[in-house]
Structures are given as C-alpha cells and as structure tokens.
Design a protein around this ligand. Structure first.
Ligand SMILES: [Zn+2]
Length: 423
C-alpha cells in the first residue's frame, strides 16, 4: 500500500485535491483490544472504595461483574458494543476473550459456547472479528492457582489448544482466529513455549504486558527481568505479535519492541481510566515502532477519542504541542491515522481490513471549507460529534447516515440483558 495516498478518497477513488467533493472516505479503523463484556460495566466503577483505589481494586469489581455472564447475555452486550464500534468507525475488532466457562469454572456443554456468542454477535453487527481466545493458567508470577473468581477463565494446555482447533473450522474473511496469552503472570514460561510451538506460523498472538508497575516489580522479582525484557528474551516476538499496553518501558525495551516488528496496542482512555500511566509515544515513534489503538474496557467506544487522547497525554506530560508527527509530514491527525492503518493487517491477522471504508459527514459544520490537507485533523480534533456517516465492511454497508442497520433491535436486546445482569 502506498502510504502517501492511502488516507483519503473522494467518490471517484482519487485522493481529494479540493474541498468540494460530495463524498470523502477514509479507511476503517481496527480496534486492536476489546473485552466485550466490560461494555456492560462502563461507568459502574467510578465510586471511590478506598483512597488507594487502583487497577487492582477495579479488577475486583470487574470480576464480580464477569461472574454474571452467560452466552446469551454476552451475545447481547457484544452485539450492542459492535454496533457502537461500527457507528464510530471501527470496522474490525480483536476480541481478547477469557470468559470461557460457566461461573463455577466448569466448561459449558459446548466448550466453545462463549466464543461462539462473540462470533454470532460480530456477525449480527457486521464487524470483522479477530477472536483471540485467551490462555489463563495461574493467578500470579509465583504460579499460584487461579482464584475463585478467575476459575471461569482457566484452561490446561490441551483444553486450550482444543478450543482453538474447534474455532478455526469457522475462520473466514470476516472471522480470524488468533491466540492470546493473558499476561506473563497468568501463563507459566513452559506453557508459553508449548502453546507458541503449537500455533500456525502466521497466527496473531496478543498479550497484556507491563500495564502496571506492580506487575513489572513482580516480574523482576520472580523472573529476573522486566516483562517486555523477559518476553523479548524468551519468545520469538515478531510482526505477528501485539503487545497490549506496554506502558512501563525502559529505553532498551522501546528499541526492542520497535526492532521486533511487533505492534503495541495502546488503549489511552482505558489506561487513563485505570490510572495505568502514559505510553512513551515519542521515543517509540522515533524508533520506528508499530502501534494501534484499542477500546479495551469500553469506557469509550470511539477511535477518534483514543487517537486524540494518545496525543493529549503526551502534551500534558511534556508541555508541548503536536508530538505525534513523522519526518515526512507535520499533521498529527495524519500521523495517528497512518499509524493505526499500518498495523491493522498484521495485528488482526486479516489482510482484508484495509479494504473497509468509512464516509465522513461532510455536511457537518466542523468540516465547513475543509481541504485535503486539513480533513483528517478536523475529523480527529474538532470535538465529540460523531462525524462518521456511512460504514462499509467487506463490501456491505452496515451504517447509513450515522445509524447502524439493526441499531434498534440490537439495543432492545441489550437493555433486556442489562436488566438481567444488574438484578
Ligand atoms: Zn485488556
């Protein structure tokens, strides 16, 4: 793909030279990190439980909520989420899925039931899905067993590989089956080696890494290295890998990830919501690193907001403006959009994701008088009105005039599921 003219098209398929075109289209955006069920708890973890509230206290709330889902409620919540994603301009999603079993930890009669609920939700909404079943084996770096509330996440290696095999049968242009390791603390080193050896060569592999300082300290204490440092030394990390968060990095780790060809999935609104920290974007761009964004905990379902806050976090930390620019251009918006496009195919494992198109709402006042040179910056930096008008995925138009084709029916099922979940 020619990266000099892949950001903006007019009706005729040419890059726009003037502002008078009827239709301005941009590529669909890949959401590299999602836990669909967490959509249902957005806004429900914002009361202080103690002055030391952190990621770890949030996680307790999340576990209580996770325990209430079954395949039907997961389907209803995921379908609603995917509709919201499409209306916002995400046309593919990587679902980091660990809610595998019944709440007591026993597999469902069909062990793929929860995975299939997500697949059916994605098909109902019409979004491309890269399903990443998660291997989750231990409750900490010391290898302790899963806690009671983590039991429904767990697999032994054979059970996990069986799940991947069962799901791969259904893979298609709009459904890819990859693999996720929950984190280094949840996957012992020998199990990681075994699962990696069993994967097909081009399988996408995603892992949560270095999100929390506590996790970095535990990794140093028990594995003698920082998480990213350890991973790079113990796995053949390459462009098929996506490192989720990678918030706490040394300069050497920044260089190491960039040199490996892996993608970092940055989730700025969730990382802010959880108090994780700021990804070192400028050094990472300087090192030529690949990156994309994810909606993760779903407290925001907007690629625009993720991109904007990725840049704003850097501005707040450095007291400067216009940080995310590349040597070949000075537009922050274009740098950000190009970044997410360049990682999309390998991080999702789907070369077709670049074919999806979204049509901007050129009649919105925010676009008055726009030109080719300012269209992307205006889209990303002009506020919170959704400027996505139409969305096409795999050649099918799923959003017309800002509305998903099944918005009302899917929202109705979501409301019924929420009544059940909040009972
Ligand atoms: Zn996550």
């Amino acid at each position: 793909m020619d990266t000099d003219n892949d950001l903006l098209w007019t009706d005729a398929g040419w890059r726009a030279d003037t502002g008078d075109s009827a239709r301005w289209r941009v590529p669909g955006i890949a959401n590299l990190h999602s836990h669909a069920f967490q959509r249902a708890m957005a806004g429900l973890a914002e009361r202080q439980t103690n002055p030391e509230d952190s990621f770890w206290t949030w996680r307790e709330t999340m576990y209580r909520f996770a325990a209430r889902f079954d395949p039907d409620t997961l389907h209803a919540v995921a379908a609603q989420l995917y509709v919201e994603m499409l209306e916002a301009g995400y046309t593919s999603v990587c679902e980091f899925h660990y809610l595998h079993h019944a709440p007591d930890g026993r597999p469902y009669a069909d062990p793929t039931a929860m995975s299939r609920a997500l697949i059916a939700a994605a098909q109902a909404a019409g979004i491309r899905l890269t399903l990443l079943p998660v291997l989750y084996m231990s409750g900490g770096f010391d290898g302790r067993p899963l806690g009671e509330r983590q039991r429904r996440f767990g697999h032994d290696l054979d059970g996990f590989l069986g799940l991947l095999d069962a799901l791969r049968v259904d893979a298609s242009d709009t459904l890819r089956i990859g693999c996720a390791l929950h984190s280094l603390r949840a996957v012992p080193a020998d199990a990681m080696r075994d699962v990696l050896a069993a994967l097909p060569a081009a399988s996408p592999i995603h892992i949560h890494i270095a999100e929390q300082l506590g996790e970095v300290q535990d990794c140093i204490a028990l594995r003698g290295a920082r998480p990213v440092e350890w991973l790079l030394a113990n796995a053949a990390v390459d462009r098929h890998w996506t490192l989720v968060h990678a918030t706490h990095l040394t300069g050497a780790e920044v260089q190491g990830i960039a040199g490996s060809g892996a993608t970092v999935a940055i989730c700025p609104t969730t990382e802010a919501n959880l108090g994780d920290g700021l990804f070192p974007l400028r050094p990472y761009l300087d090192a030529g690193g690949r990156w994309g964004v994810g909606s993760d905990s779903q407290i925001s379902v907007s690629p625009i907001e993720e991109l904007r806050w990725l840049e704003y976090g850097q501005r707040l930390a450095t007291h400067h403006r216009n940080i995310a620019v590349q040597p070949d251009g000075n537009s922050v918006g274009e740098t950000l959009l190009r970044g997410v496009l360049e990682s999309a195919a390998t991080a999702t494992g789907n070369a077709c994701v670049g074919d999806d198109r979204i049509t901007l709402d050129v009649d919105a006042p925010q676009f008055a008088g726009m030109t080719r040179d300012d269209a992307i910056d205006r889209w990303i930096f002009s506020g919170n009105r959704n400027l996505v008008r139409d969305v096409e995925v795999a050649g099918v138009q799923v959003v017309h005039d800002g509305r998903h084709r099944d918005r009302d029916a899917i929202a109705m099922r979501y409301r019924a599921a929420m009544v059940q979940l909040l009972e």
